[in-house]
Each structure stands twice: as structure tokens, then as C-alpha cells.
Design a protein around this ligand. Structure first.
Ligand SMILES: Nc1ncnc2c1ncn2[C@@H]1O[C@H](COP(=O)(O)OP(=O)(O)OP(=O)(O)O)[C@@H](O)[C@H]1O
Length: 334
């Protein structure tokens, strides 16, 4: 479907504004609400050349659209070929950082495992991995076999792979270069033998890792995490849009850090507001998957590597309720 930019310009007119070096690298262009989102093939370009390409595109489109978003893929040829993976991939994303996406990914995986599902966990936050800490596997290192990584086992029935598990194994499998996309693919295309679903904890935002995920890993679905604040919800809407445009069904939005139960008096308050994600999900036309309370015990348990979902009580139940919905979706879409 063609979009229309500021001043009534359509896709082809905007494309015509691009300098030739950018036009030949253009993989896709989308126009919506005055915003142009371009995916450019940056194969063979070093960091300086990528920055220069981005500057020329922004300059060329300035005044013609209100906002320009540019994503660069590393390699056109690589982008064409999907990675064959056994398990179905469930991406957990958020537009904004710090909303509890890693905490939610770990607990969702553990809650699914408790229901008897065979689930693995990939920490796609290449530069800021946190799953080794959340699952209590910090001291473990992944091994490699037949050129592929072997995930580490956690105590919660969830095998996992994270950059934090790789320092030794990285050398053993001849790391395929510094590209972040390559790193992600090695985590995904590993020995996930027997797993029916891989939960992937994505870094926040809509950058290289997300694009690699969409183009090469073909997620079966995505869960979006948001806190109740407006700013987080605006970014959540962007994440929903990114997956929807990539043809990935969005299972729905989870509201994290909703409702603070005071550990002293038991009174519940809503420091970040309440209900924002539910109405935002309705606006976005995606299901609302429920609330996870803001509870200091969830942070403590995460820091201690003993995921909340492995325990009992209302906060574990909140993750179990989410896992039931995901399990139902796995069955419906099998
Ligand atoms: N429901 C919750 N109640 C209390 N603390 C929480 C909750 N969810 C997450 N946290 C805490 O908030 C902090 C951020 O969580 P987390 O690292 O999971 O977020 P993230 O979205 O993955 O962050 P990043 O953008 O850095 O990847 C952590 O200290 C975590 O323990």
C-alpha cells in the first residue's frame, strides 16, 4: 500500500528525492502520518560511510516529510535467506528501555516450562545481556558442537543463550565477525533440540537486532511490554507497528509495573498510572494480555537469579496467567 507524505507526496516521489547512492541501497520505504521509514542495505559500508549515507538521506528528505527513520541492514544477500530454526519464535519487545522486558521474558519462559512446555530463551540484548543473571546461570559458559552453540541449562527447566554465556564458546566456534546481526543469528540457530518455542528477549527500540529478527528469524508472534506511562505507551505503539509491518502477529500488550502493593501497609497505589496499556492496546487493535504488579520482590528475585514465576503466590500467578494465554496461542497456531 502506498503512503502519502507531507504535501501529498507519495512513495515514488519521495524515492525520487533520494541521491543515487542511497536509492540503490533502498530496500523498503514506508510513509505514514508524515513519517518516512527507510530500510537501507549497508552491506560493505564501514561506520563512517553508514553515517554519511544517513546524513545524505536526511538532507534529501528534509522539508518533504516531518520525520525520517532509517534502519540499515548489514548485508542484502544475508537478509534474503531465512535462518532455518526448529522452534517457533516468540519475540518479546518494547519500544522503550527499562520497562521490564527482560524480567518478563525470563518469567514467561519459566512459567511456560512449569506448564510442561518445552521452551528456550534467547537474550538478544547483545550489548546489555541480563538473562544470565535473571536465570541464575551467570557462571556458566555455552559449549559448541558441529559449529553451533549448545545452550546452557538453568535450574528452571529453561535452556538459555546470552552473550554473557559466550566468552569461551565464542572462540571455540570461530565467531563470525563483529556484526550484531551475526551474533543474534548464532544465538537463535543453536542446538535448541526439542524446544517447541524460543522466547527472544529483544533489546528496546527498532534497530538492527529487531530488523534481523524480522527478516531472518521470522518470529511466529510478538509480545509487547509496556509500563502504564504515556511515553512508554507511545513507544509500545511503535513496536507494535514494526512487528505488524513485518508481518508478525502481535499476541498483545502486557502492562508491567502496574499497581504498587506497599510491603508495609498492603495498600495498592499506581505510581505510573493504571489501565493505560489496556486502553492503548484497544487503540492499537491488539489484545491486552494482563498486568504484572510493581513489586520489589520481583526485582529482588530477578537480581538473585530465582525467577518469580518459579515460586508461588499472586506475583507468580500473574506470570502464570500470561503463560496460559501464550500456551493457548501456541496451540491455536500449531
Ligand atoms: N514488575 C516489576 N516489579 C518490580 N521491579 C521490576 C518489575 N519489572 C522489572 N523490574 C525491575 O526493573 C528493572 C528493569 O527491568 P528489566 O531489566 O527487565 O527491563 P528491560 O526492559 O529489559 O530493560 P532494558 O531496556 O535495559 O533491556 C530491573 O531492576 C527489574 O528487576
Amino acid at each position: 500500500m502506498s503512503g502519502v507524505a507531507q504535501g501529498g507526496r507519495d512513495d515514488s516521489e519521495v524515492k525520487a528525492l533520494l541521491p543515487e547512492d542511497a536509492a540503490v541501497r533502498l530496500q523498503s520505504l514506508q510513509l505514514a502520518q508524515g513519517r518516512a521509514t527507510l530500510v537501507l542495505d549497508a552491506g560493505g559500508l564501514d561506520a563512517a560511510a553508514r553515517a554519511q549515507l544517513e546524513r545524505t538521506v536526511r538532507l534529501a528528505l528534509a522539508g518533504s516529510v516531518e520525520e525520517v527513520r532509517i534502519a540499515m541492514t548489514a548485508d542484502k544477500a544475508a537478509a534474503a535467506a531465512p535462518v532455518p530454526t526448529g522452534p517457533r519464535i516468540l519475540a518479546v519487545g518494547s519500544g522503550k528501555g527499562g520497562v521490564g522486558k527482560s524480567t518478563l521474558s525470563a518469567n514467561l519462559a519459566v512459567a511456560l516450562a512449569r506448564m510442561g512446555r518445552r521452551v528456550g530463551l534467547v537474550d538478544a540484548d547483545i550489548y546489555g545481556p541480563s538473562q544470565a543473571r535473571l536465570l541464575g546461570t551467570e557462571g556458566q559458559r555455552a559449549t559448541a558442537h558441529d559449529g553451533k552453540l549448545v545452550p546452557v541449562e538453568s535450574a528452571w527447566g529453561v535452556p538459555a543463550l546470552s552473550m554473557a554465556h559466550l566468552s569461551a564458546a565464542g572462540q571455540a566456534i570461530a565467531w563470525r565477525g563483529p556484526k550484531i546481526s551475526g551474533a543474534l543469528l548464532q544465538l537463535v540457530d543453536a542446538h535448541w533440540d526439542g524446544a517447541e518455542v524460543l522466547v527472544i528477549d529483544l533489546p528496546p527500540g527498532t534497530g538492527d537486532v529487531q530488523l534481523t529478527m524480522l527478516q531472518r528469524c521470522k518470529p511466529a508472534g510478538a509480545v509487547i511490554v509496556s509500563t502504564p506511562q504515556d511515553l512508554a505507551l507511545i513507544d509500545a505503539a511503535r513496536a507494535v507497528e514494526l512487528f505488524a509491518k513485518g508481518g508478525v502477529p502481535v499476541l498483545g500488550v502486557v502492562e508491567n509495573m502496574a499497581g504498587y502493593a506497599c510491603p508495609h501497609c498492603g495498600e495498592t497505589s499506581d505510581p505510573f498510572g493504571c489501565g493505560g496499556a489496556e486502553s492503548a492496546a484497544a487503540d492499537m487493535g491488539v489484545p491486552f494480555l494482563g498486568r504484572i504488579p510493581l513489586d520489589i520482590a520481583i526485582r529482588r528475585e530477578g537480581d538473585a537469579g530465582t525467577p518469580t514465576a518459579a515460586g508461588t503466590g499472586p506475583r507468580a500467578d500473574a506470570f502464570a496467567a500470561l503463560a496460559r494465554q501464550v500456551a493457548a496461542w501456541l496451540d491455536e497456531t500449531a
